[in-house]
Design a protein around this ligand. Sequence first.
Ligand code: NDP
Length: 337
Amino acid sequence: NKQVVMKGFIAGAPKETDMELREGKARLRAPKGSGAILVKNLYLSCDPYMRGRMRENYDSYIPPFQPGSVIEGFGVSKVVDSDNPGFSAGELVSGLTGWEEYSLISKTEQLRKIQIKDIPLSYHVGLLGMPGFTAYAGFYEICSPKFGEYVFVSAASGAVGQLVGQLAKLYGCYVVGSAGTRQKVDLLKNKLGFDEAFNYKEESDLNIALKRCFPKGIDIYFDNVGGPMLDAALLNMRPHGRIAVCGMVSQHGVSDPQGIRNLHCLVSKSIRMQGFLQHDYLHLFPQFLDHIVSYYKQGKIVYMEDMSEGLESAPNSFVGLFTGKNVGKQVVWVSKE
Ligand code: NDP
């Protein structure tokens, strides 16, 4: 049973050498009386929030990883043995599993059985999983969108951003995205249907870039990055604008986070800025699935994935989230069904 473990708590940007591959104990059955299930992991998800769990004093609703233990993350898995009456061998599930070939899962209550099988299986950790749901809850519940509004999305080609932009377009908004390479900018405009996009790494002044893209200002900023982009967006918000603070990937592991200087705009422009965790909106998950599956089957949305091959590629793929290596949702393919 090949496994990926975190060697020790980390500070600063994650590196591949913070993780290692090891050969764990072979698992053949779910122990009798354990109530657990044994699964074979097919796809594993790399998500930026996992960086938080690698910090020693991580204070969140989910505990930090422990040094020397297998990394936990979302995945798509197949049940191979079950000591739980709710699950049978052969069923497909998505939810928290281990970065290993086979995992014994005892917290089965957090798993979802996969019923939708005519959409790529890996989408259950992307479009139809936690990132897709984050886009859905964040856009509809936090942004309070209105037809025709001006919407800005950062990290726009990523797992969450690409869906936010498409949902905003379907809502009748004008949508601009930022991303870190020319290739991503091209995909935003030509594949994902954004009205405009720019490469923030090529802009000498983010405030000027946003003024160029939004001469009339921004109504909704869906913030995935925080830092200087948030500061520039604050200056460009329209009165009564909304900022959904989804994440601050630019600030992960930064020992001296850059100060935000333009918070005064919240007052002068009556802006609502709200952070959220997808976790608190899970009651909306069934309606999210109906909504997104229907859009997908009608060809109204597309979803980009960046798939790396083999469990051993997981550390490199994870680290790549923080340098912008991933083009679309980062998934690790572990095994065939
Ligand atoms: P992505 O697929 O977008 O991958 C991360 C991307 O962030 C990279 O590809 C890179 O794209 C960009 N990035 C990395 N470093 C920087 C930087 N220093 N400055 C600007 N951009 C950077 O990740 P997700 O879509 O999964 O997550 C997006 C955000 O949403 C994250 O902040 C994450 O923590 C948050 N999130 C929040 C949830 C919630 O419940 N609130 C749930 C899920 C995610 P580029 O090339 O464009 O720089």
